[in-house]
Every structure is written in C-alpha cells, then in structure tokens.
Design a protein around this ligand. Structure first.
Ligand SMILES: [Mn+2]
Length: 424
C-alpha cells in the first residue's frame, strides 16, 4: 500500500506541469485505466498545495489507492459482448504462424493468390552431426511471435534506404504461412521429393500484387539438404536459368559426395554437406555469380578448394567480415550476383556458437548485428527465393528459444529484401 499513493503522486505532478503549461484537456494513462483519478478542481488544489509545500507526497495523501478503486468501479461489458476480444491480442497467444501472418491452404487450393509464401521443411535425415532441425520450422515460428508489424528502427542501413521506411507485413503484398510440407522421417528420398512437389505446388500460385508472376517462397528448414529441392523448384519456376546463389554458412557444402558420404551409396552421398555439388551439377547455380559467406569450417581434403571453385562459388570467410566490414561484405556480394535472379540460402551456423543451436556448430562465427547489416546491404537484389536452414530447436534443447528467435529475425530481414523491390 505504500507504493501506490507515491506512484499516483508522481502522475499528478506530471499532470500539474501539463495543466500549468497549456490550455488543452489532458488525460493521463492512469486516468484511462481507472477513470478520472480525482476531480479537476481537487487536482488543482492539490497541485497548489504540493507546490506551496503544504502537502507532501506521502502515504497520508488524500488520493489513496482504496479511494480510487472505491470511486472508480470497473464496468465490465455485457455477458454476451465479445467485441473487446479483437482489440488487443497478446503476441504470446493464439495459434502460431510466422509473425502472426494468415495461414493459407497452399497445396490444395491453387486459386488463392499469394505474393510471398512461407513454408516449413521439417526434415533432418541428411545431417552428418547433430539432428534436430526437423523441429526448426516450429522453432522459427515460435521465435517470430514478437514480429509482424510496424517499422523497425534498424531495418535498412541508412536513413535514405527504402528498407528504413518499410513495414513488410503491411506493404500490400499477400504474405501467407503455408504450414509445413509433410516430409516422411523414414525415407529421405521420398521426403525430399515431397518437398519438391510441395514447393512446386506453391510456386504455381499466381500473385496478388507482386510484379512477379509466380509466388516466391521462403522455406524454413530443416537440414541443408532441403535447399536442393528449394533451388530446383525456384530454378524451374523462374525461367530455367541458373540462379546466383548467396550461401551463408560456416561450411562450403559443395563437398564431393565421394568425400562427404564415403562412397557408401548414392543415397548416402546426398546430404547437408553435398547438396551444392548436386545443385551446381544440375545447372541451378550461376557460376561466377555465386558466393559463400561466413566460411570457417575445416576442409576435409586438399581437393575441396578447387572442387568448390569448380562448383562456381567465390567465398568470404568469417574473418573477412572483420576486414571488409559488414557493409563492405554486402557490397561485395551485390557485385558478384549483379542483376541476375538470386536464391539466398542461410545456414544458421553462420552465427557464432555462442548464439545458436545448429547441425554443425563452428567457432569464430558472425554476430547478429553483422548478419543483419550484411543482409540489409543487399537491398535491391532480385531475390526469387530464400530459406533458413539447420535451425535446431528440438524439445528440451539448450538455447532453443534464442535459436528460434534469431532464425526468425533472419527471416524477417529476408522478407524485407523480398518486399522492398516489390513496393513503391
Ligand atoms: Mn550448410
């Protein structure tokens, strides 16, 4: 009981300043909640008393908490009135979609117009080290609950950036959450084909207001093997021309299947460290216009360096970020991709081990500001598809919340990059 009168005393002091200064009606936050705390006359008298030193802000204050509640009874709505349910929805409540965007039936209702679709790829049967990314789509959505609206003071790198003025969630584009592609955990070959067919079905939707004819996809992984299917569907849907691939990762992921897979079987050869070898071989990767960012994991054989170059990739290591600066890294990436159509794939292990849980953690990684600055520097690229992968958020895992939250923040940036070129 000691604190409430002091709190209200402070409010009344603030009110005295405003009343003294002007000739407008003033309603305080407390007034809005409890009704008028005290009559205007009583307040004026009391303020004068305080200013003259005749009244101190003590527990003997005539405006006590009990008198406030007694004089300002709560008036609840009618028993059958639910109109206030739509006025304020807590961000931690409700059925969870990415950033509270609407859910759509992307697979069985081909007539729905969609500009950007978010879809989960819950799969981790291609991991060489730590499984758990099958829970990634759910982890990203849980981590995205505070997103979904409003301008962001750090979106965009400069005050005159278009991103700085962008609220991607209310830009006029139709952005939906498709839920997840149901990928069987028991046969990776079938599961990856399910993902391909799911993405193909989404890509076939027409757009609502976007200047692209086909729906663009942001995929939530899932281990990095899933990117091969994302790339395949994007490549086929956007002109059958190779895509400039921006690959954020601690690892090169172009390993020869004979090297990472051991030549045991063809099935074993396709995994989260070899998918870019296959993507390159299949012609999805625009050679000389594709780049790795954040590389730092050891090579497996000496031949890996040449093989990686043959797959068409340049690279920026994690230490290069110190030399080039994050904005310099962004400029370098833009130089490399030019005006080609771009696919961006983001392995969460780009971040340092101190931030996240992922499939193959590596020390000496990037921090969250560096990543967000690099991504925003890519403003203007022709981004036709992207994904976040290796989001390890299995039940009871350490660091689960931060992992999902950081992954969601990356998706938020990717969404900004997709939307910014599509609005005036
Ligand atoms: Mn990877």
């Amino acid at each position: 009981m000691l604190f409430l009168p002091l709190l209200f005393g402070t409010v009344i002091e603030a009110q005295a300043v405003l009343q003294g200064a002007g000739d407008y009606e003033y309603s305080s936050f407390i007034d809005d909640i409890f009704g008028e705390v005290a009559g205007a006359e009583a307040l004026t008298d009391r303020n004068q008393q305080i200013q003259l030193g005749q009244l101190s802000l003590s527990v003997e204050s005539p405006v006590s908490a009990s008198s406030i509640f007694r004089d300002n009874k709560l008036h609840l709505p009618d028993n059958d009135d639910l109109s206030d349910f739509t006025k304020y929805i807590p961000l931690y409540s409700g059925i969870v979609t990415f950033a509270h965007i609407e859910q759509a039936d992307c697979f069985f209702d081909p007539d729905t117009k969609i500009d950007v679709a978010i879809v989960g790829a819950p799969f981790d049967s291609g991991v060489s080290y730590i499984p758990g990314a099958r829970f990634g789509p759910n982890g990203v959505r849980q981590g995205s609950r505070r997103l979904g609206g409003g301008l962001n003071p750090i979106r965009g790198n400069t005050p005159d950036s278009k991103l700085r003025k962008l609220d991607p969630y209310h830009s006029g584009l139709k952005i939906v959450d498709c839920g997840d592609v149901p990928m069987t955990p028991f046969d990776a070959r079938v599961a990856l084909n399910q993902l391909y067919r799911g993405e193909r079905a989404i890509h076939k939707h027409r757009t609502a207001t976007s200047h692209y004819d086909n729906t663009r996809i942001i995929s939530l992984g899932g281990d990095h093997t899933t990117t091969l299917m994302n790339l395949r569907s994007a490549y086929e849907s956007f002109g059958n021309d190779s895509l400039a691939v921006i690959h954020f990762d601690a690892h090169i992921d172009t390993w020869d299947p004979e090297v990472l897979g051991g030549g045991i079987s063809k099935y074993a050869g396709l995994n989260h460290g070899t998918f870019l070898h296959y993507a390159s071989e299949l012609g999805y990767v625009a050679k000389n216009h594709s780049i790795h960012v954040g590389i730092r994991a050891p090579y497996i054989t000496e031949g890996d360096i040449k093989h990686d170059r043959d797959c068409g990739f340049q690279k920026i290591t994690s230490k290069d970020v110190d030399i080039l600066t994050p904005r310099g890294v962004g400029r370098k990436i833009k130089e490399v991709v030019g005006d080609r159509k771009v696919y961006l794939t983001f392995d969460l292990d780009t971040f340092d081990i101190s931030y996240i849980n992922s499939g193959t953690l590596e020390a000496a990684g990037l921090n969250s500001r560096e990543v967000l600055t690099i991504l925003d520097e890519l403003e203007g690229i022709d981004l036709v598809g992207c994904d976040i992968v290796e989001v390890n958020t299995p039940p009871n895992s350490v660091g689960l919340d931060n992992t999902g939250l950081l992954a969601a923040q990356v998706v938020d940036s990717l969404l900004g990059l997709m939307v910014v070129t599509d609005v005036n």
